[in-house]
Design a protein around this ligand. Sequence first.
Ligand SMILES: [Cu+2]
Length: 159
Amino acid sequence: MIGRRRAVLAPVLVAAAVLTGCGSGSQGGGPARISVSEAYIPLPASPTDAAGYLTLHNTGGTDDQLVKVGSPDARQVTMHRSTATSMAALPELPVPAHGSAAFTRGGDHLMIMGLAHRPTLGSTVRLDLTFARSGTITVKVPIKPLAYRPSDAGTASGS
Ligand SMILES: [Cu+2]
């Protein structure tokens, strides 16, 4: 261990660790830092149930996990993993340090059940995403046309 002078030096050490992009999974690379992009819900046929998609980014130096999703606008939100023939509940979604994870069409997805209001284009559904390390992040997810796909444009990532 390098002798450190506690409080005064600690922020400098954290910054240096981030800059060097030190290894994932270990302590010392700074805390997990989660952001959300490309969140959307394709307009469902059902008045009460929908699938949700979003991308999670972790620009911090510590792995994190999405452990729970809730919504004041729905009875229940669960994480699902699609397999070739079925889908199964996903207990958590890992978001590695300096990495990302996504719920995408045909892959892992969010199942939103028991919506209080019939979803309409342009309306939003609030999701509360709870992480093992980063607490809860709230996103307002817009209802998009059924065929919508997030495009290359407009993804604020990096820097
Ligand atoms: Cu599902």
